[in-house]
Design a protein around this ligand. Structure first.
Ligand code: NAP
Length: 463
């Protein structure tokens, strides 16, 4: 009897329980006779929805209801607190599954590659985001919030999140599920001014309109731009005239409005700068950041018609005590899985993992989401991406192009996993944690109070 039939279900391991992992699982389960085990190195599911989405964006987090529905399918299992490369290897997975799909996202950040980048007080935005969202690996970091002025390098939506969290009042933050230690630290924050730094112009800013508009709607912070930096340059103007784009026009309106209405009534200031690139972080005698050196840019048209920044030689020094670089996430390799280090992606063609030596697909191995295509798009973008990969998986499986595991049974896989990690979290274990977090939140009028230590999660749900 073929694999994928009533007595021989197609068994699939999905590695990484963020949005892409759940979307892959959901699409796989649309086929009869498919079983999915979704692994995550954390005890908690949902990846960046829990550890990345800003705590003051609770509505975005309601997407987990869809994932929860997927998890209710009796052919779905969650194995949390199980790490590939630590508790199991790819070779182990090959013994238990016909197909493997990697959906581990982009877990680290891109650097700026400028002098002073590693001074005390210079951090990656991704670490700060993971810290305020209570990610267990980042919860013990500390950020010196006694500084008055902070620079955030980059003008993508992550930079916007970081700037907003730094500018929110304790009351605004208390209405969110921000980690309790972060709420406490931010309550005592001395930060008064946050400067976001875009290397290109306002028309090229990566942030989306609702996100930048929200910066003008905070309780106790005013958002500003500089008129000369939000006045459209001739090249962008020509591009917009040739191909009118309502979204960009609206973005310009929002940013230009921020230059005109410079209300000064609120206690914090957020300044969005354009056409400046950091060239160096300057330190004080104790090795702490004291300033960021910026070079003014102008735009030029590159060979492919895109508008790129180039330095004009005009330098300015901005005194700052804290710097967050927010210039994009970066994928990290998984042990035993071909990786394209330059791109920060699993080496793949259309979601099929490809051996770089032979250029041929690695049998039975696939990838979806940010680790397949890079850190871009909104949460829903990963749905189409995962669906595409799963379509390739099912096409291959229909041609019997899958692995031939010695132990293709759900019971054997679970026994193996438990042998390697006795503290495995099932979906019901997570639901127990979830209920405890919500109850702790309800007691203090917050959406939830998160567990942020793995040993506390184990004690609460497994013991
Ligand atoms: P992003 O959107 O790619 O933005 C990266 C920013 O860094 C851009 O402004 C980029 O400028 C800048 N940059 C890159 N290299 C630089 C350098 N060497 N010097 C100065 N600036 C540099 O990445 P992201 O903000 O990390 O967000 C990742 C994805 O998640 C995005 O698709 C985003 O929309 C999404 N996201 C969405 C939300 C939401 O919907 N609320 C929230 C968070 C994240 P250039 O354009 O000039 O390269």
């Amino acid at each position: 009897m073929a694999v994928g039939s009533p007595n021989r279900p197609l068994r699939v391991a999905v590695i990484g329980a963020g949005p892409s992992g759940f979307y892959a699982a959901a699409h796989l389960l649309k086929n009869p006779h498919v079983e999915v085990d979704l692994f995550d190195r954390l005890p908690t599911p949902y990846g960046l929805v829990r550890g990345g989405v800003a705590p003051d964006h609770q509505k975005i987090k309601s997407v987990v209801r869809q994932y929860d529905k997927t998890a209710q399918d009796p052919r779905f299992r969650f194995f949390g607190n199980v790490e590939l490369g630590r508790h199991l290897s790819v070779d182990d997975l090959r013994q238990y599954y016909h197909l493997i799909c990697y959906t581990t996202g982009a877990q680290t950040d891109r650097g700026l590659d400028i002098p002073g980048e590693h001074l005390a007080g210079s951090h990656s935005a991704t670490a700060f985001v993971a810290w305020y969202n209570g990610h267990p690996d980042f919860r013990d970091l500390s950020f010196d919030l006694s500084r008055e002025r902070v620079a955030v390098v980059g003008v993508g939506n992550v930079a916007v999140d970081v700037a907003r969290i730094l500018c929110r009042t304790p009351d605004e933050l208390a209405r969110t599920d921000i980690a309790d230690y972060a709420l406490e630290a931010l309550r005592h924050s001395q930060v008064r001014e946050v400067v976001m730094l875009g290397r290109r112009g306002p028309a090229q800013a990566a942030f989306t309109n609702p996100e930048v508009k929200e910066l003008g709607e905070m309780e106790d912070a005013d958002a500003f731009t500089l008129r000369e930096e939000v006045t459209l340059d001739p090249l962008s103007q020509a591009d917009l005239a040739a191909a009118p784009d309502r979204t960009i026009e609206r973005k310009l309106e929002i940013l230009q409005e921020m230059a005109v209405h410079r209300a000064q009534s609120r206690s914090k200031k957020l300044i969005i700068r354009f056409l400046v690139s950091p060239t160096e972080l300057l330190g004080d005698a104790h090795g702490n950041v004291r300033a960021i050196r910026l070079e003014k840019n102008e735009l030029y048209r590159d060979d492919r018609g895109g508008l790129r920044p180039r330095p004009t030689g005009q330098i300015e020094e901005l005194p700052v005590g804290l710097v967050f670089r927010s210039v994009g996430y970066l994928g990290v390799p998984l042990p035993g899985v071909p990786f394209n280090a330059r791109a920060g992606l699993i080496n793949n063609a259309d979601g099929r993992v490809v051996d770089p030596e032979t250029g041929r697909p690695v049998p039975g191995e696939y990838t979806a989401g940010w680790i397949k295509r890079g850190p871009s798009g909104v949460i829903g973008t990963n749905k189409a991406c995962a669906v595409d990969t799963v379509d390739r998986m099912m096409e291959d499986a229909a041609r019997s192009e899958h692995l031939h595991p010695g132990h293709p049974s759900a019971a054997e896989a679970e026994a193996f996993v438990r042998g390697r990690q006795p503290d495995v979290f099932t979906y019901p274990d997570w639901l127990k944690l979830d209920a405890l977090e919500m109850a702790a939140g309800e007691a203090v009028g917050r959406p939830r109070v998160k567990f942020t230590r793995i040993d506390a999660m184990v004690a609460a749900a497994l013991r």
